[in-house]
Structure formats: structure tokens, C-alpha cells
Design a protein around this ligand. Structure first.
Ligand code: NAI
Length: 421
């Protein structure tokens, strides 16, 4: 994987287990690696030791690779900052961060004392926050970054005796979900791996004849791919163990509408539709929360008003702009001074603009030099929106309508134009 050459990678908890293998494999492919590990016990207790991180650095150097050791604790804000600083000091930047450090303190829930709850959250969830935040700053500035979170089947699906660990591991999925959005424009991709591998954390949990087969080396290719330049995805979760890989995701069922969205329905009304309400048949993934809200709005979208049974609607985008001057409501335009630019893509699209000034409206084909507010849509979506099939708010929240410039002005459009078919 040539594209890892000279990339600067931080791997937390890289003194042993999976992290060690990630660090070695990255370095073998030319990446410069910060090998972080505080060298504590599997439950995070003890004073720590420099040895595990130092040894991995020696291994990398013996192979001709470049690496520096760091012994800070991911569980503190200062520790996270120092880990990122170590990358800046040694190599001048950060391209890759693998949040991998981990401990276990398994107990059934009633025996889960606050300190055991807290310690596990501090290393896994807060640890990823502490290191990712300064790293994200560097990545944003340079317009490139790859972050890998480490979750677990225990978090994704549950595992008896691991409430603390499961909560922390699922928290990392939430962190990824939003970080992927905040990093999107800066080419920062954030993904999550749920590994299964033999290590000191799993040696007492997994069956002995199975554990020999679970080499961490078998997990590393996917981790490397997800932090490589060519990684095609962001916001994805993959289970990886022994060369068996599959994607896990949060999916949402098609849902039902109960009531009219105004009056509170009886709880019993839900029961009559329980199967349809709970089914995951036809389930889908959302890229962000706005898309989900878009579906709520869509569910209550009013169909176009009836005008006595006649078929309604514009048949072409051009017809809409032809009708626009007549649809203009001069009374609603007092004090409004704006140029709306419409950029409609697709075979039936084109560019039009309308100049609204002194209570009048002029519509022209083409592009205006200085539009105040630009609306971009496909011809099909634009027709659907103007024909009342696609509510404007839903078009916007789903990304079908893109607005540039003065977004607030776009909200005037509904008042300024009343189309009659
Ligand atoms: P490991 O115990 O071999 O490696 C974890 C490393 O993290 C250790 O070297 C430890 O010293 C270091 N570490 C712990 N707390 C730290 C801190 N506060 N600051 C810096 N370093 C710290 O464990 P393994 O199995 O390699 O685990 C790696 C990650 O993979 C963990 O996040 C774990 O929860 C996760 N995982 C592992 C699975 C497996 O099958 N091995 C299954 C699911 C998740």
C-alpha cells in the first residue's frame, strides 16, 4: 500500500495485541508511527511501564521503519494532547489516528462499582475523545485525515458482564457518527472496527482452541485499508476477525404514521399496527439526523391541493419559470430586494434567475452576476417540489435542495410566489 509511505500515524495502546500489529504493519509500509502505550495491567491498574511501547519501537526500527515511543495516558486530556504533540515533534503532522488503547473491568451490573464503570469509560470513550480532538485540529487544518475507532461486539450486540465496556464501545460509534460529518469537508474519514483477536484481554474469555487461530495479524489489513488514502467510506463499522469480515450498521425501519400529527393518539392505536411499526423489512441507513427528520416531515407531507379532480402540476421546469412572474405576489414583496438564482440540473434543467426589487419581479434565463441566494436542484426534484409532491423543508433536509448565499432569503420564496396550475 504505497500511499502509506511517509504518512504519520498515531496508534494508541500499541505496545501489545492489536495495536502493536497495526503499528508494525503501518511502519512496514513506510508510515512513520507514534507507538503510544502506558504499559499498565489489563484492567488499567499499576504504575505503567515504558517497556511495551519501547519494545515495539525497537521492533519497527530493526525492520528499518520509523517510529517513536510515547507513554502518555489516553484517559486524560493532557495525555491526549501530549500524544498528538509527540507526533508533531517527531514528524511534524498527523495523518492517521487509530484509537485502540483498551482495558477491561468485567463485572455483572449490580457489582459494577462507579470506579470500574468510570475507568473503562475513561480509557475507551474519553480516551478516544482526548486524542482525537487535538489530532482532528491538525487534520482539519491540512484537509486530510483518517481516524479509526475500535468498538467491540460487546458494544454492538451486548455481552454478559460488560455493561461498562459495552456502553463505552457503543459511545465510540456515536462519536464516529458525528465526527464523520464534521470531518467530511476536510477529507477526514472516520470509521470503526470491531476486532476479534487473541490478546491478553481475550485469552480468558474466548475458547482456547479458538484463540490460537485468532491472530491479530488477520485483523490488520482492514484496519490499514480504513486508514489509507484510498479508503472509500466514512462512518462505517466493520467486524473483523480471523479473515471473516462483515459490516454492521444502524438501520431504521420504514415506520408507520399513527394519528394526524396534531392530536395525541391512544397508545392502543400503536398496538393495532405493532408489526408494521417494528418491522425492519425495507430498512435503510441514514447519513445524519437531518435525513431522519426529513422522513418525519415527509410522512406528514400534504398532497397537492385538489382542484376538482383535474390532473395538476407543471410538466416542465421551463413552464415554472414562464409562470413565475404571474405567480409573484407584489404585496408580499414590500422592502424585499433579492436576486434568486436557480440552477436546475438534468436534461430538463437550466439556469434562471428572478430579480425582486421595488415590489416587482423579473425572471430571465441564464446566470446573474451577483445572485443573493442560489438554489440548486435536479429537474425532477424541482418539479416534484413545485408540484407539491416534495415539501421544500424535506427537500432541504434530505439534501435534494442545496441553498447557497443568503439562506434566510430563500424562506421568502413560499410567500413571494403563489403558483396556480
Ligand atoms: P491489549 O491489552 O493487548 O492491548 C491494549 C493496549 O492498550 C495495552 O498494551 C495497554 O497497555 C494499552 N492501554 C491501556 N490503557 C491505556 C491508556 N490509558 N493509555 C495508553 N495505553 C493504554 O488488548 P487488545 O485485545 O489488543 O485490544 C485492543 C483494542 O481492541 C481495545 O480497544 C479492545 O477493547 C479492542 N477489542 C479487542 C478485541 C479482541 O478480540 N482482542 C475484541 C473487541 C475489541
Amino acid at each position: 500500500m504505497e500511499e502509506l509511505i511517509n504518512k504519520v500515524a498515531i496508534v494508541t495502546g500499541a505496545g501489545a495485541g492489536l495495536g502493536r500489529v497495526y503499528a508494525l504493519e503501518l511502519a512496514k509500509r513506510g508510515a512513520r508511527v507514534v507507538v503510544n502505550d502506558l504499559g499498565g495491567a489489563p484492567d488499567g491498574s499499576g504504575k505503567g511501564s515504558k517497556k511495551p511501547a519501547d519494545q515495539v519501537v525497537e521492533e519497527i526500527q530493526a525492520l528499518g521503519g520509523e517510529a517513536v515511543a510515547n507513554h502518555d495516558n489516553v484517559a486524560t486530556v493532557a495525555g491526549g494532547e501530549k500524544i498528538v504533540q509527540a507526533a508533531l515533534d517527531a514528524f511534524g503532522t498527523v495523518d492517521i489516528l487509530i484509537n485502540n488503547a483498551g482495558i477491561l473491568r468485567d463485572k455483572t451490573f449490580l457489582k459494577m462499582e462507579p470506579e470500574n464503570w468510570q475507568a473503562v469509560l475513561d480509557v475507551h470513550l474519553n480516551g478516544a475523545y482526548h486524542v482525537s480532538r487535538p489530532a482532528f485540529g491538525v487534520m482539519k487544518e491540512k484537509g486530510y485525515g483518517r481516524i479509526l475507532m475500535t468498538t467491540s461486539a460487546a458494544g454492538l450486540y451486548g455481552n454478559f458482564g460488560q455493561t461498562n465496556y459495552s456502553a463505552a464501545k457503543m459511545g465510540l460509534v456515536g462519536l464516529m457518527n458525528t465526527l464523520k460529518l464534521e470531518g467530511e469537508r476536510s477529507n477526514i474519514k472516520v470509521n470503526t472496527i470491531a476486532p476479534v483477536a487473541a490478546s491478553r484481554l481475550t485469552k480468558d474469555i474466548l475458547p482456547p482452541d479458538f484463540i490460537d487461530k485468532l491472530q491479530p495479524e488477520l485483523v490488520a489489513p482492514m484496519a490499514l485499508y480504513l486508514v489509507s488514502q484510498q479508503c472509500p467510506v466514512s462512518g462505517n463499522i466493520y467486524n473483523v476477525g480471523m479473515g471473516f469480515l462483515n459490516r454492521a450498521a444502524i438501520v431504521t425501519g420504514p415506520g408507520i404514521v399513527v394519528g394526524d400529527g396534531r392530536e395525541m393518539p391512544d397508545p392502543e392505536q400503536l398496538l393495532t399496527q405493532w408489526e408494521n411499526l417494528t418491522t425492519l423489512k425495507g430498512a435503510k441507513e441514514y447519513w445524519n439526523a437531518t435525513e431522519q427528520i426529513g422522513d418525519v416531515l415527509q410522512a406528514f407531507a400534504r398532497p397537492a391541493e385538489d382542484d376538482g379532480g383535474k390532473a395538476q402540476g407543471f410538466e416542465s421546469v421551463e413552464a415554472i419559470f414562464d409562470a413565475m412572474p404571474k405567480a409573484f405576489v407584489a404585496d408580499a414583496a414590500a422592502g424585499v430586494d433579492v436576486v434568486f438564482q436557480f440552477v436546475i440540473s438534468g436534461d430538463g434543467g437550466g439556469d434562471w434567475y428572478s430579480v425582486i426589487k421595488d415590489g416587482s419581479c423579473a425572471v430571465e434565463a441564464g446566470s446573474h452576476e451577483k445572485p443573493g441566494c442560489t438554489l440548486k436542484m435536479t429537474d425532477e426534484d424541482f418539479l416534484n417540489m413545485m408540484n407539491g409532491v416534495l415539501p421544500p423543508m424535506q427537500a432541504y433536509t434530505s439534501g435534494k435542495l442545496k441553498i447557497e448565499g443568503d439562506i434566510m432569503k430563500s424562506q421568502l420564496i413560499e410567500k413571494l410566489f403563489k403558483f396556480k396550475f
